[in-house]
Each structure stands twice: as structure tokens, then as C-alpha cells.
Design a protein around this ligand. Structure first.
Ligand code: NAP
Length: 463
């Protein structure tokens, strides 16, 4: 009876996890996806708690208390800090897998219960778990800028890293052959911890979101190995879902930046950034909020390109006000969504959803690019790299080949940002000096607020 109940709750949990991922695919169903994930996890915990003799309620209560105390402040970070918060979650996941593997090895060794299969699964779990732990901590540190975000490189780096990984894998294989050679175990643990650090330090801060989703996939694979160690099918299923979705997301992000996996992992992207931000000064035309309101008001078709600056300024609600004013006048307003705008996948979708901007007005990059030549005004709000035309034609540019939103092809471009400073890739953007571009210098929230005011006829724009 108890066995059947556990199996049913595990089956329910696995189904809910699959639906959760499916629903998280669309902003419309994302909330339902989160609820399904939470319900799935509750079902999984329920099924596991039916075996108190294995798990021990006392330990679980302590873990729940510690998890809650650490989790609540972590859930309150601003949206812009979500990538590093996610990295911390992966670090905990990796650490948990590594510790479970270590505990199982220590328990099974004196009992002589270490079959080659179990030892192999433990070795994989420990290797992936601990490297995910330190790797994710490094990624979080880079994103939070507590450690240098620039790539830290030294000669023969890739060779040294691969050699260390090779020694760790060879030690694992040796342990499978002879599980009683326990001194190999700390070697695997130590090398995995070290490899996690060395794998991440040569990668620049700009690539951290991609690296984080890759580490997500490692944490998932560590959970799969843990499932084999603990003989828990749900853990295997959930780990596989986690591992594959993390991997797919990394592939999508690499494609959106026109980078290959090897380039992200071994390319030390970001080194060129400072040097690239040069180029002759071209005249910049600036305008006021009142001018901008005037142009927008007289347009039939407006496309808004949101970027990282919108998130920094938390200007989504002001943007909504401008949107309301324009749509009220019958103007067609669309939002162009670049897959890597902001600092994490779906960043712009989440921001715009916060301001209740209708999903139907959000258009993916490829679709909106077809409409841009017929667009009267494109309003760029705190976006930079994702609208940089150099990506199309400048072979020397670090973002060359990255698909962009063709804001420069619209009849007119209004760009809100505080200065002529570059964006994340650290390079100049010729869009801002183009013939048909007017710069609106200022904080996005303040500037959009003034434009909204001017549109409502309250005046007080930037004159
Ligand atoms: P971006 O290129 O980083 O540019 C953001 C711009 O916002 C800056 O030029 C900045 O100019 C402006 N800004 C900052 N604070 C502002 C404020 N308070 N008010 C107004 N403007 C403000 O951003 P993006 O165009 O969204 O491109 C994203 C970049 O991140 C890409 O290079 C992408 O490859 C990278 N990336 C993203 C992801 C992802 O998952 N989304 C993953 C990996 C890498 P001022 O300082 O002059 O104001």
C-alpha cells in the first residue's frame, strides 16, 4: 500500500514536472507552469516522507527550516539579480548531489555494498555535483561583480583544465575497478572542486547567463546519477528534465548570439571589449521628451525595442503609460523581443508582463524585422547591443553575426539612454549617430514619464 502510494505520487510528480516545463514556455501559461512545478515537488516530498525509516523526519525538518531561512531572502532579489540567484541555486543543487554521493560511498564502503554500477554512479554524481558547486559559485560571483568579470587567462589553460578533468575521470574509473581504494575518493572530490573554478574563470561576465544554463544542465545530470545511486526513479526523471532543458536553453542562447558552445566555453569572450569601444566621434542629435511625444503621436506604426536599461531603470510601468496613450490614439504599437535582450532569457517578457502589456503586442525578432522598414518610429529603451547594426556588417566586431533587431531600418529611431556609453559587449553603436536617429538622454523611467506626461497634455517635457 505504502509502496503503491509512493509510486503514484512519483508518477504524478513526474507528469506535473513535464507539464510545468511545457507551460513555462509561454508567458500566458507561465504562472500555471510554476504552480505545476510546486505541486509536483510537493507530491515528490509526500511520496518520500512515507518512508520515515529511510529519511528520518528530524533531519528533514532541519533541512526544511534551513532551506526556508535561506530561500526567502533569495526569492526577494531584484529581477536584474535573478541570474546570480539562479547560479546560487545550482550551486546548492550540485553541493547536495556531491554530499549525497560522498555519504553513500562512506556508508557502502564498510558494508562491501559498492557494486561497479553503484560506484560508477557515485563517481559521476560527485564529479558533476562538486564541479557544478564551485563553477556556479564562480558564475554568481562574476555576475555580482565580487570577483573580476573579465576572463582570467594564462598559457596552456585549456590543456591544464582538460588534464585535471582527465585525472579526475581516470580516478573515477579506477575506483569502479577497485571500490576499496578509498584514497581515490578525495582526489576526485578535490579535482572536481578545482575544475569547477578553473572552468569558469576564463569566461567573461557577458557569457555567464549561458554558462549558468549549462551548469543547470550539469546539476540535472548530477541529479540523474544521484537517482541511480539512491534507486529513485523520480530523481532520474526530474534530473533528466532539468539537464536537457538547461542544455536546450544554452543552445538557444548561443544561437541568439551567433556563438558556438566551444567559443563560449573556451573563447575568453569579453577580452576584446574595452579595445573595441573606439572609433571616430560622429555628431549626435538629441531631442527632448516633448519632441519625442510629438513624433510618436504622429506615427501610425511604432515599435518599442526594450533592453537591459529598461530593467535597470524599472521603467516598465512608465512604458505602459506611453503605450496606453499611443494605443488610445489608434496607433499600432508593438514590442520587439530579442532573445538575449537584458541579462537573462525571457528578461523582457517578464518585465513587460509585470506592467500588464498584452502578450499579443510582443513580437519575436524575426517577425518584427519584416515590419521595421514600414515602421514610422522605433523607440529603443535602454537597448544597445541587440540593435547594433555592426553585427550585420563589421567583421571585426565581437558581436559580428549576432542576429539583431533592425531598428536602423525604421523611418525614424528615438533612443533612450543616459549617455553614449556602450552596452554589455563594450562597443560603439552606429545606430546612435545615424541620420534618422534622435537621442533622448536620460534615465529611462524619468524620460518615459516625461513622454507620457507630454502625451497626456500635462506638458512639462524636456524643453
Ligand atoms: P546592453 O547592450 O547591455 O545595453 C544596455 C544599455 O542600457 C546601455 O547602453 C546603457 O546605456 C542603457 N542603460 C543602462 N541603465 C539605464 C537607465 N537607467 N536608463 C536608460 N538607459 C540605461 O543591453 P541589451 O541591448 O539588452 O543587450 C543585452 C546584452 O547582454 C547583449 O550583449 C547580450 O549578448 C548580453 N547577454 C544577454 C543574455 C540574456 O540572456 N539576455 C545572456 C548573455 C549575454 P547608458 O549607460 O548610456 O544609459
Amino acid at each position: 500500500m505504502r509502496f503503491a502510494l509512493t509510486q503514484i505520487s512519483y508518477l504524478l510528480a513526474a507528469g506535473l514536472f513535464v507539464f510545468s516545463l511545457r507551460w513555462l514556455n509561454q508567458p500566458k501559461t507561465a504562472r500555471r507552469g510554476v504552480a505545476a512545478g510546486v505541486a509536483g515537488m510537493a507530491a515528490a516530498i509526500f511520496g518520500t516522507l512515507l518512508y520515515p525509516e529511510i529519511v528520518g523526519f528530524g533531519w528533514i525538518a532541519i533541512a526544511v527550516a534551513v532551506g526556508t531561512i535561506a530561500g526567502i531572502p533569495l526569492s526577494r532579489v531584484p529581477l536584474t539579480a535573478v541570474p546570480q540567484r539562479t547560479a546560487l541555486s545550482h550551486a546548492f543543487g550540485g553541493l547536495a548531489a556531491g554530499l549525497v554521493g560522498t555519504a553513500k560511498y562512506a556508508l557502502w564502503l564498510p558494508e562491501g555494498a559498492l557494486t561497479p554500477f553503484r560506484t560508477g554512479a557515485i563517481a559521476i554524481e560527485v564529479l558533476l555535483g562538486f564541479l557544478t558547486f564551485t563553477g556556479s559559485l564562480m558564475a554568481a560571483g562574476k555576475l555580482q561583480e565580487v570577483i573580476p568579470t573579465r576572463p582570467i587567462t594564462y598559457p596552456r589553460q585549456n590543456l591544464i583544465n582538460l588534464t585535471l578533468l582527465g585525472i579526475a575521470v581516470a580516478s573515477g574509473v579506477w575506483l569502479v575497478i577497485d571500490p576499496t581504494r578509498w584514497m581515490l575518493f578525495p582526489v576526485i572530490v578535490g579535482l572536481s572542486l578545482l575544475f569547477g573554478v578553473l572552468l569558469i574563470i576564463p569566461i567573461g561576465g557577458a557569457d555567464m547567463p549561458t554558462v549558468i544554463s549549462l551548469l543547470n544542465s550539469y546539476a540535472g545530470l548530477a541529479a540523474v546519477a544521484m537517482g541511480f545511486v539512491l534507486d529513485n526513479k523520480l530523481l532520474i526523471t526530474a534530473g533528466a528534465l532539468d539537464g536537457s532543458s538547461g542544455f536546450i536553453l544554452s543552445v538557444i542562447m548561443c544561437r541568439a548570439m551567433n556563438r558556438s558552445f566551444t567559443n563560449v566555453l573556451f573563447g575568453a569572450f569579453g577580452q576584446v571589449q574595452v579595445a573595441a569601444a573606439t572609433g571616430e566621434a560622429r555628431p549626435v542629435k538629441s531631442a527632448t521628451a516633448n519632441d519625442a511625444a510629438d513624433y510618436l503621436e504622429h506615427a501610425a506604426r511604432v515599435v518599442v525595442v526594450p533592453g537591459y536599461g529598461l530593467a535597470v531603470a524599472q521603467a516598465q510601468h512608465r512604458l505602459r503609460e506611453v503605450y496606453d496613450q499611443l494605443t488610445k490614439r489608434g496607433i499600432d504599437v508593438k514590442f520587439a523581443i530579442h532573445p538575449v535582450a537584458g541579462r537573462m532569457p525571457g528578461h523582457m517578457n517578464v518585465l513587460l508582463a509585470e506592467a500588464d502589456i498584452p502578450y499579443e503586442s510582443l513580437v519575436e525578432m524575426d517577425d518584427i524585422n519584416r515590419d521595421l522598414p514600414q515602421t514610422d518610429v522605433v523607440l529603443v529603451v535602454g537597448a544597445n547591443d541587440v540593435v547594433n547594426p555592426a553585427a550585420r556588417h563589421d567583421k571585426s566586431s565581437p558581436i559580428y553575426g549576432m542576429p539583431i533587431i533592425d531598428a536602423d531600418k525604421a523611418k525614424m529611431c528615438l533612443a533612450i539612454k543616459r549617455s553614449m556609453n556602450p552596452g554589455f559587449a563594450g562597443i560603439d553603436n552606429e545606430l546612435y549617430t545615424a541620420e534618422n536617429t534622435l537621442m533622448l538622454f536620460g534615465d529611462a523611467k524619468a524620460m518615459l514619464g516625461e513622454i507620457a506626461k507630454a502625451l497626456t497634455g500635462e506638458g512639462g517635457g524636456g524643453h
